[in-house]
Design a protein around this ligand. Structure first.
Ligand SMILES: Nc1ncnc2c1ncn2[C@@H]1O[C@H](COP(=O)(O)OP(=O)(O)OP(=O)(O)O)[C@@H](O)[C@H]1O
Ligand SMILES: [Mg+2]
Length: 373
């Protein structure tokens, strides 16, 4: 196990700055996921930690030792990439043993470690096969095994599941999470799949254009996104964003008049300087419910939606439509009365609303749900 510290790390290729001023603390045994859109710098950052990419500025520390200029091979890291890069002419056993032979371990030690790794990843029965006789998921497990077998201090994964089909991805996701529990190693995992990030991470790092947009637990990022970017990136279907104007700021929050019609008092830290200014209200599809006429509950945000279409997933149904000029997606818990067209009245609690200023920053919510842990 090891802790990893990034202090003001930066990376430039010639005059192109691709990472700027990255500060991050990764603790012993933590599972940290880097997410962000394509080109945001996730792989470059991981490769800098791995020693495969030169660091242009700042310091990288592993277990309190500055390793900027330490060779990749001497950093004691296990790396797994999107392409498995197994040796095709070697069996699984030989593939696993190879890094240990390079490290000049004894035959007995090699045999023991290979057997342990194979058993951990449930691939004892595959040891005598060549990679071409394995499925994609099995190959990926061998690639992970080859990283584990060296007992590295830190694991680095770069989109290891992106070549697998959906079902295998889910299986491997669970396997990697279990593996992390069993081994207790520090893991740094790159993905652009926010579901992988949400389900696997202790801590998520959201990157955008080479800078850190937000760091936090999955719960934090979901319930307290610091910006509109993070709010839109985490969660599926995406958070709805509705235009509006601030009418008043008072101690219980901010009154917002939406372009779509409704007025709502959102419980956020009030800021009088925003009165009269445009603002964006964010609300997750899952926080809407169809408001039924029979129910006599005081509902604070009401929207009338012109339905476009309805998507049934079995356990959940989403309705798509327009409120005024704005596109809205909402979860419908009781889809029966909803047809693919017509009007539906949606309701949401103001406590579930987010507000974003014109620069994209979020206003602090007063009643965000407590952490899951
Ligand atoms: N060798 C290089 N020379 C110049 N620019 C590069 C080089 N490698 C990467 N970049 C640039 O650095 C930026 C970050 O790239 P990086 O591969 O880290 O992105 P990423 O977040 O991993 O994206 P993806 O999700 O597509 O893998 C991109 O704009 C990319 O074009
Ligand atoms: Mg990448």
């Amino acid at each position: 196990m090891a802790d990893v510290r990034l202090e003001g790390l930066s990376k430039a290729y010639g005059t192109i700055q691709v990472l700027r001023n990255i500060d991050l603390a990764i603790d012993h045994g933590e599972f940290v996921v880097f997410v962000g859109p394509s080109g945001s710098g996730k792989s470059t950052l991981l490769r800098m930690i791995g020693g495969l990419e030169r660091i242009s500025g700042g310091r990288l520390l592993i277990d309190n030792e500055v390793v900027n200029d330490v060779d990749a091979a001497d950093r004691n890291l296990g790396m797994v990439f999107q392409s498995y890069a197994l040796y095709p002419h070697m069996t699984v056993r030989e593939n696993l043993a190879f890094p240990l032979r390079m490290a000049k371990l004894s035959k007995a030690e090699i045999d023991t470690r290979v057997a342990q790794t194979a058993s951990l990843l449930q691939m004892d029965h595959l040891l005598d096969r060549k990679p071409r006789h394995l499925s994609g998921g099995q190959r990926q497990r061998v690639a992970i095994g080859r990283a584990i077998v060296r007992e590295p201090k830190v694991f680095l994964f770069d989109e290891p599941l992106s070549n697998l089909d959906t079902e295998l991805r889910v299986q491997m996701r669970v396997q990697i999470s279990k593996l992390h529990k069993q081994l207790g190693n520090t893991m740094i995992y790159v993905t652009h799949d926010q579901i992988e990030a949400m389900t696997m991470a202790d801590k998520i790092v959201v990157l955008k254009d080479g800078v850190i947009e937000q760091v936090g637990s999955p719960h934090d990022l979901y319930h307290n996104p610091a910006s509109r970017f993070v709010a839109g990136f985490i969660g599926s279907p995406k958070m709805n964003f509705l235009g509006g104007k601030v009418e008043a700021a008072h101690e219980s929050g901010m009154d917002v008049r939406l372009d779509a019609g409704a007025v709502v008092c959102v419980p956020v830290e009030p800021d009088k300087s925003l009165v009269g200014k445009p603002i964006t209200l964010g609300i997750r599809p899952d926080d809407f419910s169809p408001s039924s006429a029979e129910k006599d509950i005081a509902i604070d945000l009401d929207l009338d939606l012109d339905l476009d279409f309805v998507e049934h997933f079995g356990s959940v149904t989403y309705v798509y439509g327009n409120a005024g000029k704005e596109a809205v997606v909402a979860k419908a818990s009781k889809p029966d009365p909803l047809k693919g067209s017509g009007k539906v009245r949606l309701a949401a609690s103001p406590a579930d609303c987010h507000l974003f200023m014109t620069d994209g920053k979020a206003l602090r919510r007063l009643h965000a749900p407590a952490n899951w842990n």
